[in-house]
Design a protein around this ligand. Sequence first.
Ligand code: CU
Length: 489
Amino acid sequence: MHLSRRSLLAATGSLATGMALAPQPSRVARAAGRKTLRLINRVIEVDGKPATRYGAFQPSGAWGITLDEGDTFDVRLENGLDVLSGLHWHGLNPPWRQDGVPYISGPPIAPGKFTDYSFPALPAGTRWMHSHFGLQEQNLLAAPLIVRERSAIESGLQEVVVLLEDFSWTKPRQIFEELRKPKPMAAMGNMSGGMTGSVTGMSRSGMNMPGMNMPPGGGMDLNDVTYDAFLANDRTLADPQVFDVEKGAGVRLRIINAAASTNFMIELGNVEGTVLTVDGNPVVPLKVRQFPLAIAQRVDIAVRLPADGSALPVLARGEGLAKQTGVVLRPRGAPVTKIAETAEVAAPALGLMDEMKLRAAQPLPSRRIDRSVPVDLTGTMSGYVWGMAVHGMEAVPVGVEKGERVELVMRNTTMMAHPMHLHGHSFQITEINGQAFAGAVRDVVLVPPRTTVKVVFDADNPGLWAYHCHNLYHMAAGMFATVVYRGFN
Ligand SMILES: [Cu+2]
């Protein structure tokens, strides 16, 4: 750790004076428990060509962080990049100052500097980490953050982490600029191209028709951006990651949608899996062969390898697309057949059919709602402008008081689905289009077009919290609000 630290300093040529945000436990304890995580440039290979992208690795080379339930999240985050950066600990509920959202929870980390984090790693489960700075997430600045549940550890099940990403050879800023360019009305005909999987014939920059949240004919717009590849653990199906497993064994998949702007359908083929958690939070077990995974959501699925000893591909297909990625679980000796990057059929549009089947295994305690807040998800036809109107007013913070049970009533007035994420809290889904049920506890919920979703959370983590659409380009174009506790500081 020391050597690596020195080499980082040598590389940047400056002395790091980090900001210690956390209370300081004893030196010995910190030295024993603290992990170092470094933001770096790394080279991956896509379609046989090298791509330099950001990444978050420990000095050992481990990707992201893995902890056990009960551990402290004790991490020194070093910025080895030449730009301002940082990481948000998605799905953990830390004190607000340690949430890693620049200019909301704290400043970004300057090149060559570090920030220390120390808080209980709660709640346990499949979390992840990503940059919340600019468009860095599209530059693959994301990694797994797993807090292994006691139950998972005791189960003895082998665990396989699959982190999904969308990849483009085009620079994120250029993608965003293309999306924001005014589009002539005549160009708005091909809105639903994404639904058929034939998203070719787009502009030369590779972009789909953007900003078409109110297309003629009322069709939905599934994908703003046409990606060059989808990645599973940084790899395409041309060279997928192959995990060695035992014949007929059980495996716990921890699947993370870390894509900037792509919802996926998880495909298990003929094998039936059991959903154990969504967004890291336990649900009443649900049998599935496919399962929708919106941007920033996670799902843990227990699968059993086929008794005949054959390999099991775990695939993720882009919403409305035939393009897919995935990994392979291979029992010893089983052949691995090549899987096409283009499936025979496109994945459907993501709806909430499966969401309505989910029931929290550990629901929020039953109590009366103290505050109900209407949140309209908005967008305009001209240009690429997205918004959140709280109490009917654009970008007004959601004001809450500590101790309240708060309900958010999210109404999507646009023609795109929005994966909505609240920081610092776990919420429970309580109603979809007027139908009440004790749904899953999550930190991201997909709100499809013309749909109203109600969620509740307990205001038990005072601070100033980001609350936004997790489609990176929607967020950058304005679909971003905050939840603010009265008198929180
Ligand atoms: Cu959105």
